[in-house]
Design a protein around this ligand. Structure first.
Ligand SMILES: Nc1ncnc2c1ncn2[C@@H]1O[C@H](COP(=O)(O)OP(=O)(O)OP(=O)(O)O)[C@@H](O)[C@H]1O
Ligand SMILES: [Mg+2]
Length: 331
């Protein structure tokens, strides 16, 4: 996890210079998500960003803010999963001096600090029932009282919420209030996972290599074709964040100026068909290895060069294993 990725309760009062143009985009799927986000940016609707972890929701939220009429005002980010219920109310709405024993001065909450700008409620799917009840009114009317205060305050904020949890599941299991969901769901944008936009792997990798060269003084020029193939075959459950970490690691580990497949330390991705294991299948390690090799051979149409590179083993080792496990190319 990079410093910039670490969860914090409040990350920034002014969004850094993230714009839609600064995001790497090379696929129809991601382009469509960005088009929707850019279109909603100017309209002041509440936006709900859905997508797996590491897909770029935080960056998109900042880009929306920077493209909106509110760009000169604060971008206040709140990580809802990081705040215990006992602190949440004061964190969001502020507290008057003397509201509780340690309250030695008036403290403004995030709704107030974001006035005129954007309030980014991150990890909203992790909000407890208590917290959800507390934000409902502020969400609907933009009204709240500081803890220990009587005066009702009004704030003018655009709310962007994000979660990597399945909203559908949270709603059906009753873990998320429907009334709150409908209020924040004026406009939903789904950010696709990296495995559905693999055309971005290469340009993102180039971007991250440049970043590493600048930050760590590495001198990486590019990625060997076998390494790129391995990355294309990977499923990327951690999405762009995972890719960034892999490239960072590989850039530092690579002995030369090119990243090799071995530098990536990536397991070969399972394919959609591979999980159907016969009930009587040999589940010893060797048995699993045999099935895995056979699967990758099938995937590459028995191209041994590609298979050995995807598996991260040498060609003679592959040949040896094929004969050891008696794997046969289908007729
Ligand atoms: N399109 C992109 N171009 C450049 N960098 C990207 C892009 N998408 C994501 N990243 C990088 O990937 C990392 C993860 O992105 P981000 O924090 O926005 O993900 P997230 O969807 O908010 O994840 P989580 O659900 O875990 O909070 C960040 O380091 C970000 O800079
Ligand atoms: Mg995030």
């Amino acid at each position: 996890m990079s410093v910039q990725d670490q969860p914090t309760i409040t990350s920034a009062y002014r969004s850094v210079g993230v714009t839609f143009e600064s995001l790497v985009c090379n696929s129809e799927e991601f382009r469509e998500a960005l088009r929707l986000a850019a279109s909603a940016a100017s309209k002041d609707v509440s936006i709900l960003l859905l997508g797996e972890t590491g897909t770029g929701k935080n960056l998109i939220a900042q880009a929306i803010h920077n493209a909106s009429r509110r760009h000169n005002k604060p971008f206040v980010s709140v990580n809802c999963s990081a705040i215990p219920d006992t602190l949440l109310e004061a964190e969001l709405f502020g507290s008057e001096k003397g509201a509780y024993t340690s309250a030695d001065k008036l403290r403004r909450g995030k709704f107030e600090l974001a006035d005129g700008g954007t309030l980014f409620l991150d990890e909203i799917g992790d909000m407890s029932a208590v917290a959800q009840a507390k934000v409902l009114r502020a969400f609907e009317y933009r009204q709240f009282e500081r803890v220990g205060g009587e005066q009702t305050l009004h704030t003018d904020v655009r709310i962007i919420a994000a979660t990597n949890r399945s909203m559908e599941q949270l709603l059906t299991s009753g873990k998320f209030r429907e009334d709150l969901f409908y209020r924040m769901n004026e406009f939903t944008i789904e950010v696709p996972p990296l495995r559905k936009r693999k055309a971005e792997i290469e340009p993102l990798s180039q971007r991250f290599i440049r970043e590493c060269n600048e930050r760590f003084g590495t001198h990486i020029k590019g990625i060997e074709p076998a390494a790129m193939q391995r990355m294309q075959a990977h499923d990327w459950p951690g999405n762009v964040r995972e890719l960034r970490a892999v490239i960072k690691r590989a850039s530092v580990a690579a002995p030369g100026d090119m990243i090799r497949a071995d530098d990536l330390r990536l397991a070969v991705a399972p394919t959609t068909t591979d999980e159907i294991v016969p009930p009587n299948a040999d589940s010893s390690l060797a048995g699993m290895e045999a099935r895995h090799i056979e699967k990758v051979l099938k995937q590459t149409g028995w191209n041994k060069k590609e298979t050995s590179s995807l598996l991260g083993i040498s060609r003679p080792t592959l040949d040896r294993k094929i004969s050891e496990y008696n794997l046969k190319k289908p007729e």
